[in-house]
Each structure stands twice: as C-alpha cells, then as structure tokens.
Write a protein that binds this ligand. Structure first.
Ligand code: GDG
Length: 735
C-alpha cells in the first residue's frame, strides 16, 4: 500500500495572516479529530482549501503558506473568490445542503454555480492526481466533492478511492428533483467504497442508483460495467477520551483555576438548587431547528408554568455561512424570537434564555456540557450530530439527560436518550418535564449504556473500520480480477481445445450470447450471432448445445432450421440436429393449476410484471416494474411459494428479474451432465450469466471450463465482462 490521501473542502489547520506572518491553528471539528489517527502516520497527505482565497494571499507569502501547511502534512487547493462563491456558498450550500436536508424550498438550481462546482471539483481531482500513484489510498469527504471520485478514477483506474458523506442522503423522491442528479451519482460511483452515517441514507442512495442509473444492486454492492462498488454505513464516533478527560480535569480544578463561565453557572446553581440548565449547541443552521426549539420552549413554559424562574435555556449558536441569505434571515428570526420570549417571561431575577451567537473555545464548551442538566438537541435533519455524543462523554458522574431529535443520525445509536419528534411541541414539553424529574439512578443507567457504546465505537474505530473496509473491497476486487479470463489463461484453454478430439459446448442464450432485453421477444439473434454459431456447429469434433430457460416455440422459430442442438425450459426439452423437440425429463405439470392464480394475483398487484407460461414451468417476470417494488414483491412471492409448494416436488429459481417455478428434478446442471455421458468428451465448456447457469457450473466435472458473464458471485472458474467478450471468446475457438 502506498500513502493515504485525505481530501476535504477544508484542511485540518486554519491559516491566518496577520502583519505579514502566518499562523496555522489546528481545526477542532469532528472531521479533523476523526481523521487524526489516519493522518498521523508518516505517509499521509491531506488536500483541501486553506480557507483563504487566492486574492487574500499575498504573492510573496505563497511559499511560506505551502511550507506552513506541509508541516501539518497538508497541501492546498487554491480557490479564487468567485470559485468560493459559486462552489462553496453557491452549489454546495444553496443547492446540495438544503436539498439533502429536505429543505426543498431553499434549494436553488443555478447552472452557473453547478458549472463552478464541476470546475472546482476538477481542481481538487487534479490536485490529487498530481500527488497520487496507483497504489495510494484516497479518502474523499463530503458533499462539496461528490464529483471527485469519478474524476480521479478516469485517470487512475486502479487506485483505491473511498468516499464518506457526512450529511444525510435524501430519499429518491427528493433527490430526483436535482437537475444534475445523474452526474452526482456517477461522480460518486468512481469510488470503491461509499460510506454513510446510517443505513437509511445508504438505502436512499441505492434506490436512487437503481432508479436513475438502472444499475443492478445486490445487497450493498452496485454493479457498474466492469466494477463493483460497495456501499455501507459507518456511524461516526467522537474522540471520547478527549472529552471525558477534559471534563474530569475541569471538575478537579481548584476554584481559582476554573473558568469564569463555569464559576458563574455554578453560582446560579448554589443560589437556587432547583435551577435547571437546558443546553442547546449548534451551528446557526436552519437544519438544526433552533427557531422551532425556541417556540417549543415557550410552549413548555406555558404548559408547565411551575418551572418559570427555575429553568434556563442556554443557546450557543455558532456563526456559519453568514453570507448565504437563508442564514441571514434565520439569524434575524432567532434574534427576534429570543428577544420576544425573554421580553415576555423575564423577571428581575430570571432570564429564561441565555443566547450566545459566537464560537467558544473548547474549554468553555466542556464547561457548558458539564454544567448543564439537560442537553436538548432537536435538529429537523442532521447527518449524525456529534454534540449529542460529546455531551454524554463529558458526564463523568453519569448524570444528565439527553433529549434528542429522532431526525438526527445519532438517534439510531442512542436509544437510551429521550427521543422526540422536533415538530411535536406537546411531546417536547412533556419530555422536558420528564427530563427535569428523571431520578438520578435512571439517568445513570441510561448514560452508562450510552457511554459504553461511545467509548467502544469512537472516532478512531470509525476511521479504521472505513479504511479496512476500503482495503478489503480492493482486495476482493483483486481476487476477483484474478479469475478474469486473461489472454494468458485463454491461451491455455485454447491449447487444450485445439488438441481435444471431442468437444462439448453449452451456451446459455439471454445475457450470454445476446444482450438482455426488457421484452424477451425482442432479443432475437442477429446475423453475426448466426454466423458465429454456424461456424461452431460445423466445426469438426465440436458438439454445440444452446441451453436456455426459454420455451421451445421461440427456439424452434429461431434455431431449428439451423440444426443446432438445443435444450430448453432448463432441461425439459431437447432437440438434436434439427429434429423436433422431445422430452428429456419426465415431468409433471398438474401443479400449475394451483400456482397460476397465485402468480396472477402478484401480476395484478405489481404493475409491469407478467407471467410467462411454459409447458413445464411458470415464470413471473418483473424486470419492467419499479425496481424496489419489484424486489419487494419477489421476496413476498418467495415466502408465499415456499409455504405453498411444501411437499410438491417443485423448486423456485430466482433468475435475473424473473422467478421461475418448475419441477425440482429439472435444471441445466442435470441436463448437461446427461449429455456429457453420451460420448467421451475431452473438452467441456459451459458459459452463462444467471443463477440458473450455476447448476451447470456446479455439476459439470472439475475439468470443465466454466465461464460466468458478469461479476456476480459464481461457482464458475472464470468470468468475462459482457456479451461482446463472450462472442470474442467463442470466435477464438474457431481460429
Ligand atoms: C456535519 C453534519 C455530522 C460546535 N460549536 C463549537 C464547537 N463545535 C463542535 C462540536 C462538534 C462539531 O463542532 C459540530 O458537529 P455536528 O455533528 O454537531 O454538526 P455539523 O457541524 O453540522 O457537522 C453532522 C458531522 O458533519 C460529522 O460527520 O455529525 O450531521 O451536519 O464537534 O463540538 N467547537 C468549539 N466551539 C464551539 O463553539 N470549540
């Protein structure tokens, strides 16, 4: 493995220029601390924007800036003011951010900012390409850089690329409104591994990939041309030790050494032991639901007036993206709301809301966490929300109550918190009441569980498990590629082929000799295919068999006059050298009367699906249905059929978007083995793309050459990518 390259919009250090000299201040955010363990190793480089525009950097300081960054293992991508405006404040924060947080009405679809986003993503990709070799590992972060993976992949096809999205991935219904939705998906699919905080985002992403790009998805693997992309969830943790140790240390300080903030908060508590502090900390962002929280607090004070003069809400709103208009409006709304509520409820000795609009040093943050009885975090949407985890980590005596929005990704792992719907004021007011009155033992029990989990799956684990998964994925790919039918391997096969006196070839039709078609009748053979099959059929010493799940009428029309040997309906019928089809297996079909109505009810309830009736089997096709819905129905049908067919000698084959019910004693494996016994073959070959072909791969002897079309899991010895490669391979048998 080469070096690790981390790439994100911002670097782990912030640069400041004052009086001609440069200072680099380490960033405190979750991403910077999270990646520390990955970045601290010697062989790692972090690429990002320095936070200063090209216009702000005096020419004579360029070199010094690069040196200052290099000391922190970082390298900058230079961005002009216009680029920052279009790429960061424009497309990233006025299109993607609101859309991905379900604020459709705030999303602006501007062609200019999309173009700048593309151009700046290319700049980031170029910066990587300048430094990366094929054996490096590249980890791209977040929504500002979604096109980078594909841009890098084009130039470095084999390099390992991981992408992690820190914000939610919205449902398909939301994502589809984006004019550049396909480009964004294709950009991301340049990765080997795509990570999300939680499974819901992962499933939304997979559904968009299926619906918008029509790609095949199996579990969490996406199949794209000749690549497999893995998608998985990795809930981001925190630097638990850093927060709990700081909290412990603050608690042990002598009063003189304590911060002004802590002393003041402490004093309020001593004066009124019943006083309770509710804490709310967020960047000032509409996704965080700060305004709603203020309304809910007002609602609480009206519903439970006994807590007037007792409960204080401490709001820390950290300035963010203040040149985006929505954020300016929000700031005004919150200023006004705080003013109004304080105006309405304040008494001489009590102000219900303490409002800080600023960023605080880490030390103060710890004091806020440790002094607050309740953390009240109610984002309307939040990818994860690390503040919730940090609050719990600082509660070293395990007291404290966390009220958390179920719309935050962290709610998935923090079941012991009091989870609320941020839009339900009634529920929120009652939950605050419950939190205020929660017995200490219960608080400690809940927090013990939470702390154990946060301690175990900390941010270092998060980063490591993402990296391990990326490397595994690369290895899996490499192992898979080792089965690719390369020129060398083909040559060995051709040598045996050439020497063999008697050869037997089994060729599947759909997806192997001919491309997959939504309408099976349209997948008829083309002229080139007939020519290829004619040549193979006429080759001295070669017995060619087309082996398919199709019905005999279609194959009669297409191939009987050609006199190829054919096995259809998975092995029920056989035709040799132009003779009429005859039964190869003795099969019953009296079960059909029972199964047909079941399939019909599925057709009625699944638009786009249809039944294909063969002599000895029934097939339910769902390739024209909505992909998610079709898969869901297929699972349902499997359950229904399993209970129905019980003792009957039937089996259900799950093909490519088709489920086929037929007698258990019929399959391509059994049929091919029967033919094999008819002569003394010294070269046996089988090729196919689908699940039903796996019977041949399994049952033919070890010496057979078995080839899978596509990269799906298989028992075959080799694989080729597509039908074009199948035909090329068969042509080489003729040389
Ligand atoms: C995005 C996603 C996802 C906050 N105020 C101060 C301060 N902070 C620190 C907190 C925490 C971090 O900033 C905020 O992280 P969040 O996760 O809560 O939220 P976002 O900034 O929106 O982050 C989010 C995250 O990415 C990670 O993937 O969880 O869903 O939106 O670490 O401690 N730190 C200091 N002073 C402050 O005033 N020092």
């Amino acid at each position: 493995m080469g070096k690790t390259i981390i790439i994100s919009n911002r670097l782990p250090v912030q640069l400041q220029i004052s009086n001609g000299s440069i200072t680099a201040i380490p960033s405190v955010g979750g991403l910077a601390t999270g990646m520390k363990s990955v970045h601290s190793g010697g062989d790692s480089l972090w690429i990002g924007w320095s936070g200063l525009t090209e216009e702000e950097i005096p020419e004579d300081l360029e070199g010094e800036i690069d040196d200052a960054l290099a000391k922190h293992g970082s390298s900058k991508v230079g961005l002009t003011e216009d680029e920052v405006a279009g790429f960061y404040f424009g497309f990233s924060n006025r299109t993607i951010w609101p859309l991905f947080h379900y604020f459709l009405e705030y999303s602006e679809f501007e062609l200019d900012s999309w173009n700048t986003y593309k151009a700046v993503n290319q700049k980031f990709a170029d910066a990587i390409l300048e430094k990366a070799t094929e054996d490096d590992v590249i980890w791209v972060h977040d929504y500002q850089l979604m096109l980078v993976p594909q841009m890098v992949r084009e130039k470095r096809p084999n390099v390992a690329i991981g992408f992690f999205l820190h914000i939610p991935f919205p449902s398909y219904e939301i994502f589809r409104t984006l004019p550049w939705r396909k480009e964004i998906l294709e950009g991301l699919l340049g990765s080997d591994l795509i990570g999300f905080h939680i499974y819901d985002y992962e499933r939304h992403f997979l559904s968009s990939v299926r619906r918008l790009l029509g790609l095949e998805v199996s579990f969490n693997d996406i199949y794209q041309n000749n690549r497999i992309i893995k998608v998985d969830s990795f809930p981001m943790g925190i630097d638990y030790k850093k927060f709990s140790e700081a909290a412990l240390e603050h608690g042990q300080r002598d009063p003189e050494a304590q911060s002004e903030l802590r002393l003041r908060l402490g004093k309020h508590k001593t004066n009124d032991p019943e006083a309770k502090f509710l804490l709310s900390i967020d960047r000032l962002d509409y996704s965080k639901g700060i305004a709603k929280r203020l309304y809910a607090f007002e609602y609480f004070l009206n519903k439970y007036p006994q807590y007037k003069e007792k409960v204080r809400l401490i709001i820390l709103a950290v300035p963010s993206r203040s040149n985006v208009p929505q954020y300016q409006l929000l700031k005004r709304e919150i200023d006004e709301l705080v003013g109004r509520i304080n105006g309405e409820f304040s008494t001489v000795s009590w102000t219900p809301i303490w409002y800080f609009y600023r960023s605080m040093p880490f030390e103060d943050l710890i004091d806020l966490y440790t002094s607050s009885d309740i953390a009240w975090l109610t984002p309307l949407r939040d990818g994860m929300n690390l503040v919730a985890k940090e609050y719990i980590a600082t509660r070293t005596d395990r007291t404290g109550v966390l009220i958390l929005s179920e719309m935050a990704g962290s709610a998935n792992e923090m079941n012991e918190a009091l989870l609320i719907n941020p839009n339900n004021f009634e529920q929120i007011a009652d939950t605050i009441y419950e939190a205020i009155n929660m017995p200490k033992e219960e608080q400690q029990q809940r927090n013990e569980q939470l702390q154990k989990r946060l301690q175990r799956y900390n941010v270092e684990k998060w980063a490591q498990s993402f990296m391990n998964s990326l490397l595994d994925q690369k290895e899996r790919d490499a192992a898979h590629v080792s089965r690719k039918l390369t020129d060398n391997r083909l040559q060995t096969i051709l040598d045996v082929y050439g020497k063999a006196e008697k050869r037997l070839l089994f060729l599947d039709y759909d997806g192997t000799l001919a491309g997959f078609h939504n309408d099976p009748q349209k997948a008829s053979p083309d002229k080139a295919l007939y020519e290829l099959l004619d040549a193979l059929h006429q080759q001295e010493g070669t017995d060619l068999y087309l082996i398919s799940g199709r019905d005999k009428d279609t194959f009669t029309r297409w191939f009987l006059a050609k006199k190829y040997n054919m096995i259809v309906e998975h092995g029920v019928w056989i035709s040799k050298r132009g003779e009429d089809f005859r039964l190869l297996e003795n099969v019953k079909n009296d079960w059909m009367e029972k199964i047909r109505p079941v399939l019909e009810s599925f057709v009625d309830r699944t638009p786009g699906s249809f039944i294909e009736e063969k002599n000895y089997s029934l097939a339910w096709h769902y390739r024209k249905t909505d992909p998610d819905f079709g898969n869901l129905r297929a699972t349902e049908l499997t359950t229904v059929l399993t209970s129905l067919i019980g003792t009957d000698d039937l089996s259900v084959l799950n093909g490519n978007k088709v489920m086929e019910i037929k007698s258990s004693n019929v399959n391509k494996g059994r049929a091919s083995v029967r033919i094999l016994g008819e002569a003394n073959y010294n070269f046996v070959f089988a090729i196919g793309d689908d699940w039903t072909d796996e019977f041949m791969f399994q049952e033919l002897p070890e010496s057979a050459t078995t080839v899978k079309v596509g990269r799906q899991k298989t028992q075959a010895k080799y694989f080729v990518e597509n039908t074009a490669e199948v035909r090329e391979l068969l042509r080489s048998f003729l040389k």
